[in-house]
Design a protein around this ligand. Sequence first.
Ligand SMILES: Cc1cc2nc3c(=O)[nH]c(=O)nc-3n(C[C@H](O)[C@H](O)[C@H](O)COP(=O)(O)OP(=O)(O)OC[C@H]3O[C@@H](n4cnc5c(N)ncnc54)[C@H](O)[C@@H]3O)c2cc1C
Length: 385
Amino acid sequence: MTHIPARDGGVVDVAVLGGGTAGAVAALLLARAGCSAAVLERRAAPPDFTIGEGLPPTVHPLLDRLRLLNEVRAGPHLPAYANRSAWGGEALRDHDFIRTPYGHGFHLDRAAFDEALLARAARAGAAVHRGVRVTGRPRREGGAWRFSLADGGSVREMAARFVIDATGRAAAFARAAGARRERYDRLVAFWCVLPAADAGDQATLTESFAQGWWYTAGLPGGRRVVALMTDADTSAARAARTAAGFGALLAATRHVHAACGGAAPAEAPAASGAGTARIALPYGDAWLAAGDAALSFDPLSSQGILTAIYSAEKAAAAAYHVLRGSHDALPRYAALLDSIFAGYLHDYPAAYAAERRWPDEPFWRRRASPPHPLVRRAAAARAGA
Ligand SMILES: Cc1cc2nc3c(=O)[nH]c(=O)nc-3n(C[C@H](O)[C@H](O)[C@H](O)COP(=O)(O)OP(=O)(O)OC[C@H]3O[C@@H](n4cnc5c(N)ncnc54)[C@H](O)[C@@H]3O)c2cc1C
């Protein structure tokens, strides 16, 4: 057994599980506040590509407040000027960001973005450990969380006064601690990265079809991401698992295929869950969940990264206050996440309701209005609470 070095008797103030956007931001802010923070990331090395690249213009004040905006501006990311969609009809419609106070959003090189955040956290004093995985059930002993970390061939013991679960949709610590994850639908995503001669006109293009929807966006470095969203039980989901099946579905689109220059994937696409989910109570005894681990949004909302950053900011503050003896920091954090989720439930079903061309298809029937099943589920969850 080896021990992760810590400032005080082998116990760090905060262990942050997961070194994605939420984990990196939480560790950075804790380190800035003078806490000893250790990021424990499962991946041994930074990935070549991370899905989720669109930052809306409304992210500017948040990045500015966290002193991250200049770094994002100086990074390899592209400005994003519009959302363009064929939704509710075949014609493309533009939502131009020039009408927002901030002018543009970003198409991130997401892997580079997360990596830069982790480097900022390390420079601020956080310890960043890669290639480690929590194994077994965490134990609460002597005022600290103690758990074992598989690290290649060896096992490390870790102790932390507080744990932030930023493991994304896995919500690994929260679930091990017994938290219940509510899933609101069975949306799945399939995606691949294609070479692109240029980034196009730097708009995110969205196109609906009978069994779901597609999006594509130009990326830095002469690449383009193309992604299909559908429910796990559709024939599109079954077909999309192979390069040929994904390519055939892509070729059947009108605008997305054209934006990809007619390119087809050489390999089977990557896949993951993409539906709406949350941890009903996103905290427990000296732990909380942030980012997707707490609230996972449908990518149609374009709110995932922004919410990961914002919830990480509030998670770091809550952890800081708990370590200083506050009793209400965690319930206040949970109430904030509740209000974010309520806003999401209020806004986002309308986007699905705007597509009425396939009322008999299960994908669209499940999302038809009124009332959207998400809202019914939320009301039922509240009534049962
Ligand atoms: C197809 C698709 C497209 C999307 N597009 C957008 C978009 O355009 N804009 C947007 O805002 N959002 C988008 N999202 C959502 C966005 O990607 C997420 O909201 C965001 O990644 C959440 O960040 P996070 O840090 O909470 O989690 P993640 O980015 O998932 O990071 C979690 C980290 O934890 C690590 N980890 C997992 N388990 C463990 C463990 N047991 N121990 C240690 N480490 C662990 C992982 O390796 C990872 O590094 C999209 C999502 C999908 C699926």
